[in-house]
Design a binder for this molecule. Structure first.
Ligand SMILES: [Zn+2]
Length: 183
């Protein structure tokens, strides 16, 4: 069963699990939440008292787990930035072009660009788009290393590497407002 106590402006919810075999009580705080393991004889109000006595400790412990989760999220983010880079090199060798450098960063209004010196720049907002969209933007910019403009030659080169590119252009147009809205 579940119960909770107040702690300042927030509350602490905990799960109670009673066991015949238990002789002592124990409070466990982990990523799943707060769990109180007690002998069968313990009443719920006794348990509440026990949790109340330990509330500062529980609260601190819970914060630690949230921090850990946040750190994990940051780690995942750098991994995906690397993903954009790795994906670019992979597609570049498939297409047969060699960027001088691949840069992933925040861009104000573009998905990506291909610089004169061969630098491919990608907007990190792409991380919020599906893989097929990421691939399209990368392929688009890589094709610019061969053909700088948007001539029909360019589009047929693009077509040879991505038969469904028009779908992706439509997707990007549909979503550009929301993706560029925040920073
Ligand atoms: Zn272009």
């Amino acid at each position: 069963m579940k119960d909770k106590i107040r702690f300042g402006n927030s509350s602490i919810t905990y799960t109670i699990s009673k066991s015949k075999r238990r002789k002592t009580s124990q409070i466990i705080v982990d990523s799943k939440g707060v769990q109180v393991q007690t002998p069968l004889s313990k009443t719920n109000s006794e348990i509440k008292k026990m949790v109340t006595n330990k509330k500062e400790w529980i609260f601190k412990k819970r914060l630690e787990f949230q921090d850990k989760k946040n750190r994990k999220r940051v780690k995942t983010k750098t991994k995906t930035l690397e993903y954009l880079e790795r994906r670019t090199w992979k597609l570049a060798s498939k297409i047969g072009v060699k960027p001088s450098q691949v840069v992933v960063k925040k861009l104000k209004s573009r998905w990506g660009s291909a610089g004169k010196t061969g630098i491919i720049t990608l907007n990190e907002v792409l991380l919020k788009t599906p893989p097929r969209i990421i691939d399209y933007v990368i392929i688009h910019e890589l094709c610019h290393l061969k053909i700088r403009n948007h001539s029909s030659k360019f589009w047929s080169l693009l077509y040879s590497h991505d038969k469904k590119f028009q779908d992706k252009i439509n997707w990007l147009e549909l979503h550009s407002k929301e993706l560029f809205k925040k920073k």
